[in-house]
Design a binder for this molecule. Structure first.
Ligand SMILES: [Zn+2]
Length: 451
C-alpha cells in the first residue's frame, strides 16, 4: 500500500508539471510505468498463487524484471488461468476477503471471467468521481470540438458485477444537485424507453455500446421520432468499425470516439483527439502487441496483451485473454500523447495472404481498403487458393452491384492480376466460437508454409 501511495504521488507530480507547462524529462512516463511494473510483479509473485506458480515454473526471478523490455520474459496469463484460478489462486493473500467484491466480464462472450476488486476503492470513489464529473466537459472538449454542457448519459448494465454500476451506486449517495447532470440508463431497457429518456435529458455526451445506440436510432426511425442531438458519443472500441461509427455520427449529429476497456483490465485506451486510433491509458496499463508469443515488429498487427499497473487484489500481468488484434505505432503523435497509437482490427487474429509470386500481403491493408466502402456492413476475406480470394459481404440496403464492384476494384489494386477476386453477397457472416467478437475479417485456407 505504501508503495502504491508513493508511486501515486509521483504520477500526480508528473501531471502537475505537465499542467503547469514544465517540460518533463524525456522518457519520464516510461520510468513511471516501469516503477509500477516492478511493484506489481514482486507483489504478484509474493502474494498471488497463480503468479508464484507460473514464475517459478518458468524460472523467473521477479527482481530481474526491471524495464518494459524485460516484460516479454514473463509468461502470459490466459483467460483459462483466471477462470481456473478463481477464487483463491487469483486473489492476493494480503487482502481481507471481506474487503473484496467480484466483477465479471459480460455474459454475452459466452464464457465469463471473474476477477476481484478492492471494495474500499468503491467506498472512496464518490469524491474523485465528482471531481471527474466536474472536469469531464473540459477534458472532453478536445473531442467534442465546442463547449459541452455538463449533461451526460451512460447506458450500461444495472448489475452488481459491473464496475460502472458499482461506481454509480456510490455516486447516488451524493445530493442530487451535485450529480444531476449525469443520467444512468439500463442497457436492457427497451430502445423506445431509452429514446424517451434521452430526449428528456438532452445530454451533450452519451457513453454506450454502439449496438444499443444503433437500436435506439432504428426505433426512432420506426416511431417517426427525432433523435436527440448529441455532441459526443463515446462507444466501445473493439466492437465498432469505421462504417458503424460513421452511421452513428450521422444519426446523432455528433462526433463518435472510441473507448477500449475490458472488465479484467479496466480502461485500456481512449481515442486520440487528433487522428484515427487510440492511445493506451499509460498511467494505468501497459499494452503490448504479440504474435506467436513474441513482440510484434512496429506497425504489424498482433494480439493485444495487457498489464494493469494498479489492481493489487487480482493482479493482471501480461493478460492475453482479450481476443483483440491491434497495430501499435510508436512515433510521437500530433496530439501530444507520449503513448503509442493503437488501431484495433476487429476481434481476432487475422491471417496474412500469400500471392502466387510468394509475396505476403498484410491483412491490415486489405481490411483498410474495404472499411470505408459505403453500405458495406461487414465482410470476410478468404484466401481459398494461392490465386483465388473470395470476399463475403453483408450489404446494408440496395446497390449490391456497386458495392461488389468497389470491393473488387479495391482488392484488385492490392492483389494484382494474378489473383481472381470473387465477391459473394450473403445475409450473415457466421461468428466464430471462442473469440470475444467472433469476427475473422481475413482468413487464409492455405496450408501454413513450413520454413
Ligand atoms: Zn494522438
Amino acid at each position: 500500500m505504501s508503495n502504491s501511495l508513493s508511486s501515486g504521488f509521483r504520477f500526480c507530480r508528473y501531471f502537475i508539471k505537465q499542467y503547469l507547462g514544465r517540460d518533463s524529462e524525456p522518457g519520464e512516463w516510461r520510468r513511471l510505468q516501469e516503477e509500477r511494473l516492478r511493484v506489481m510483479v514482486r507483489h504478484a509473485y509474493e502474494n498471488v498463487p497463480l503468479y508464484r506458480e507460473k514464475y517459478d515454473k518458468a524460472g523467473i526471478d521477479p527482481d530481474s524484471i526491471r524495464t518494459l523490455d524485460d516484460l516479454q520474459r514473463l509468461p502470459m496469463v490466459s483467460k483459462d488461468d483466471l477462470k481456473k484460478g478463481f477464487p483463491f489462486a487469483i486473489l492476493s493473500r494480503r487482502i481481507d476477503p471481506g474487503n473484496c467484491l467480484t466483477v465479471s466480464t459480460s455474459g454475452s462472450t459466452g464464457s465469463p471471467v471473474r476477477v476481484f476488486r478492492d471494495r474500499r476503492f468503491f467506498r472512496l470513489a464518490p469524491l474523485p468521481l465528482l471531481l471527474g464529473l466536474l472536469f469531464a466537459p473540459r477534458f472532453l472538449k478536445r473531442w467534442g470540438g465546442s463547449k459541452l454542457k455538463r449533461r451526460m448519459t451512460i447506458i450500461a448494465p444495472k448489475d452488481e458485477g459491473y464496475d460502472i454500476h458499482l461506481l454509480y451506486k456510490q455516486l447516488e449517495r451524493l445530493p442530487r444537485f451535485l450529480r444531476g447532470g449525469l443520467q444512468y440508463l439500463d442497457t436492457t431497457a427497451e430502445p423506445g424507453l431509452l429514446l424517451e429518456a434521452l430526449l428528456g435529458h438532452r445530454p451533450d455526451v452519451v457513453a454506450a455500446d454502439p449496438v444499443i445506440l444503433q437500436n435506439i436510432a432504428a426505433e426512432a426511425g420506426r416511431l417517426g421520432r427525432p433523435l436527440p442531438a448529441v455532441k459526443l458519443l463515446v462507444v466501445g472500441g473493439a466492437f465498432s468499425g469505421a462504417n458503424a461509427r460513421a452511421r452513428l455520427a450521422e444519426a446523432y449529429g455528433g462526433r463518435v470516439i472510441e473507448h477500449y476497456g475490458a472488465m479484467e483490465a479496466g480502461t485500456i485506451a481512449f481515442a486520440c483527439p487528433d487522428r484515427e486510433g487510440l492511445h493506451p491509458l499509460w498511467t494505468s496499463v501497459i499494452v503490448e502487441t504479440v504474435r506467436d508469443g513474441k513482440p510484434c515488429a512496429p506497425d504489424t498487427p498482433g494480439e493485444v496483451v495487457v498489464t494493469n499497473l494498479w489492481n493489487t487484489v487480482t493482479p493482471i500481468i501480461r493478460y492475453a485473454g482479450l481476443g483483440d488484434t491491434a497495430v501499435q505505432e510508436h512515433e510521437a503523435c500530433s496530439c501530444g500523447s507520449p503513448a503509442p497509437r493503437l488501431t484495433l482490427l476487429g476481434g481476432r487474429q487475422v491471417d496474412a495472404l500469400v500471392l502466387p509470386d510468394g509475396s505476403v500481403i498484410h491483412p491490415f491493408r486489405l481490411t483498410l481498403a474495404l472499411e470505408r466502402i459505403p453500405r458495406l456492413d461487414r465482410f470476410q476475406i478468404i484466401q481459398e487458393a494461392v490465386d483465388r480470394v473470395r470476399v463475403k459481404v453483408v450489404i446494408d440496403g440496395a446497390g449490391e452491384e456497386a458495392v461488389a464492384a468497389s470491393v473488387m476494384r479495391n482488392l484488385n489494386a492490392i492483389l494484382g492480376d494474378a489473383v481472381t477476386v470473387l465477391v459473394e453477397a450473403v445475409n450473415d457472416i457466421p461468428r466464430l466460437k471462442g473469440t470475444r467478437t467472433g469476427q475473422a475479417p481475413v482468413l487464409s485456407l492455405l496450408e501454413p508454409q513450413s520454413d
